[in-house]
Write a protein that binds this ligand. Structure first.
Ligand SMILES: NC(=O)C1=CN([C@@H]2O[C@H](COP(=O)(O)OP(=O)(O)OC[C@H]3O[C@@H](n4cnc5c(N)ncnc54)[C@H](OP(=O)(O)O)[C@@H]3O)[C@@H](O)[C@H]2O)C=CC1
Ligand SMILES: O=C(O)CCCC(=O)O
Length: 488
């Protein structure tokens, strides 16, 4: 087993956090460092019965938790966020070891994740209801906001901490308990968060974190009537299945699914800004985020100049083990990830794309793929319609503003879109015309806990972060008070 050299070795847990106890299981699943193939941990394979136990514990623990004042809940959540910040380095080391992303990105993700806990803790104090003028003289109408009930979360491997912070933050702030199933590839960051949650004062049972059979755990989450809300981030395919499963109990569901983000550069863009934005947007986490630029559309007048600068910037990216300082691009998560990038590259080139930077498989190891830049990509290429989720940058040329918008919107997905332009009227026209839940103008980075994150079309349902993000964890109760006789 690898010694990660943590200052707090107890943050490295290999058991599940079940109903307030660290619990093992007979059967175990290896967690592998994608940079070198080493097994770094073996986590329990749990299933339906453990999930049932966790749900029952959350149901019990949420009653006194919801009864606390918002300030008390906020205090615990603030302590949790502070502890995460205090232990950023250890948490980042754990994350890079299981996910592969460069340490600098892991550190950033810990701050991002803690930000959700802090933000939603504060938001607990602003769960305001309403009073509505009565419809009859003796009536008074009140709107109360109450916790939705036990919540469940299923999270992906690409943001092993932030996707949990983003879901557990609003759940706990609203007064709910939560059962989490992290991705099997990256459970260690989730367990480390639970260690700090307990230390911060999150009551035993309120939060559980289980690894194991996705089908069994999710099956219990969606069939157990005590669970009133499920939040999922991951592929559209699994999200759609979960939506079907939630139908039986009419369980609320939020879905944050695949994207196919367009990145448009118009003739009036600032070229250097656009290149810097495209690099951060395309290559963050080696291209493995649902908001990474998947298709880069550049207007004809600026096309050659953009490609020249973009090519230099792509060549400067450093591929390596994420734990080595200075690395820009770590390994991909698994072999399927590599195969998808290879297939998209091959397909685009077969259809006529020009290779400007031939990155490809790297001598660093089986799961490394050096950044690759393609130009003159035809719209018939698979990268136009499918999410690559890897360090392949396909550049397409377009002529008019109208054509750029049409190409950008020509997809079933609608999570994030980006564009670079300076003309004031164009900026408003394009921002309004893009059919996406998130639009970045002159920026390639849009993620923050203070803004509503989420997609339209097949990219999902609901919003996470900001004041909107807590609504999904609350129910509205309309209270009609009667018999209040009007004064004399
Ligand atoms: N929107 C986003 O942010 C993300 C999008 N994706 C997209 O999805 C593709 C595939 O990635 P992948 O990791 O396989 O995504 P998945 O959707 O398979 O995994 C996400 C989560 O869902 C769980 N899961 C898998 N199968 C089921 C099931 N039948 N019922 C309930 N939960 C399930 C996984 O568990 P387990 O790990 O145990 O399999 C994991 O916790 C990527 O290439 C990318 O295109 C992937 C990750 C995030
Ligand atoms: O890729 C994802 O799973 C969504 C998270 C990305 C972000 O918050 O920036």
């Amino acid at each position: 087993m690898t010694d990660l050299g943590l200052s707090r070795p107890d943050l490295f847990q290999q058991d599940c956090y079940l109903a307030g106890e660290w619990t093992g299981a007979g059967e175990r699943i290896p967690v592998v460092n994608p940079a070198n193939g080493e097994t770094i941990a073996n986590v329990p394979k749990m299933g339906a019965s453990e999930t049932r136990k966790a749900i029952a514990a959350a149901e019990e623990a949420m009653k006194p938790w919801a009864a606390k004042t918002a300030r008390e809940r906020a205090g615990v959540m603030r302590r949790w966020a502070d502890l995460m910040r205090e232990h950023t380095e250890d948490l980042a080391i754990i994350m890079t070891a299981e996910e592969g992303k460069p340490l600098k990105e892991s550190r950033g993700e810990i701050e991002y994740s803690a930000g959700f806990l802090e933000w939603f803790g504060e938001e607990a104090k602003r769960i305001y209801g309403d009073t509505i003028p009565g419809h009859q003289p003796d009536k008074r109408i009140f709107v109360l906001k109450q916790p939705v009930g036990v919540c469940a979360a299923i999270t992906p491997w690409n943001f092993p901490s932030a996707m949990i912070g983003r879901k557990v933050g609003p759940a706990l702030a609203a007064g709910c308990g939560m059962v989490i199933k992290p991705a099997t590839a990256t459970p260690l960051s989730a367990f480390a968060m639970c260690v700090l949650a307990e230390e911060a004062g999150v009551p035993k049972g309120l939060l559980s974190c289980l690894t194991g059979s996705a089908g069994e755990i999710a099956g219990e989450m969606t069939s157990n009537f005590a669970v009133r809300k499920l939040s999922f981030t991951g592929s559209t395919e699994v999200g759609s299945k979960l939506m079907e499963q939630c139908a039986a109990n009419i369980t609320k569901i939020s879905l944050e699914l695949g994207g196919n983000a367009p990145f448009l550069v118009f003739d009036d863009a600032d070229l250097d800004d656009a290149v810097a934005g495209a690099i951060s947007c395309k290559f963050r986490n080696a291209g493995q985020t649902c908001v990474c630029a998947n298709r880069i559309y550049v207007q004809a007048g600026i096309y050659d100049a953009f490609l020249e600068k973009f090519e230099q910037a792509v060549r400067a990216l450093k591929v390596g083990n994420g734990s080595d300082e200075g690395t820009d691009i770590g390994p991909l998560i698994d072999k399927d990830g590599i195969e998808k990038v290879k297939e998209h590259r091959r397909d685009a080139v077969d259809k006529g794309a020009r290779v400007l930077v031939e990155g490809g498989p790297s001598e660093k190891g089986d799961l490394f793929y050096a950044p690759t830049l393609l130009a003159d990509v035809p719209t018939s290429a698979k990268v136009s319609t499918e999410e690559t989720f890897g360090p392949l940058a396909p550049v397409f040329k377009f002529d008019s503003e109208e054509e750029g918008i049409r190409l950008a919107n020509d997809t079933v997905f609608g999570l994030a879109a980006y564009f670079y332009a300076r003309d004031y009227a164009r900026v408003m026209r394009v921002a309004e015309a893009l059919e996406y839940g998130i639009v970045g103008h002159n920026t390639g980075l849009i993620s923050t806990e203070v803004a509503p994150f989420g997609g339209v079309k097949q990219s999902g349902l609901g919003r996470e972060g900001s004041k909107y993000g807590i609504e999904d964890y609350l129910e509205i109760k309309y209270l009609c008070m009667s018999g209040i006789e009007p004064r004399g």
